[in-house]
Design a protein around this ligand. Structure first.
Ligand code: 5GP
Ligand code: ZN
Length: 112
């Protein structure tokens, strides 16, 4: 599969890593939309989007959220917004499920 985030997960494409373990990788977004903009991905391509999450593969989502406080702390923040874009109309451009951690003084007060 020709997937950008699979290539980042396996090191084929370099990334600015914030956190890594055997299951997940967190790295800086290449085009940050906030002072802090980190992406968190499962290393395995378990789902292309949140639409593919089900009872069998949902454990990784909980695992990611259990690690987000540590990842945010490593990025130097304890107040942040977590966003998942699901589908083209929601702005999803990379079809490997991922969560944005956004933080900083320039966050919009509105969600959209
Ligand atoms: P989406 O729009 O799918 O929710 O989020 C994809 C994100 O991946 C975007 O914020 C985009 O800037 C980021 N991105 C795209 N290509 C690369 C890349 O090669 N490296 C990194 N670090 N981020 C990327
Ligand atoms: Zn992938």
């Amino acid at each position: 599969m020709d997937c950008l985030f699979c290539k980042i997960a396996n090191g084929e494409i370099p990334s600015n890593k914030v956190y890594e373990d055997e299951k997940i990788l967190a790295f800086r977004d290449i085009a940050p939309q906030a002072d802090v903009h980190v992406l968190v991905i499962p290393k395995e391509h378990v789902a292309s989007s949140a639409n593919d999450i089900n009872a069998e593969n949902c454990e990784i989502v909980g695992y990611i959220f259990a690690k987000i406080p540590e990842i945010a702390s490593l990025a130097g923040v304890d107040s942040y917004r977590v966003i998942n874009n699901c589908g083209d109309k929601a702005g999803q451009t990379v079809k490997h499920i991922h969560f944005h951690i956004l933080s900083g003084d320039n966050l919009s007060e509105k969600l959209v």
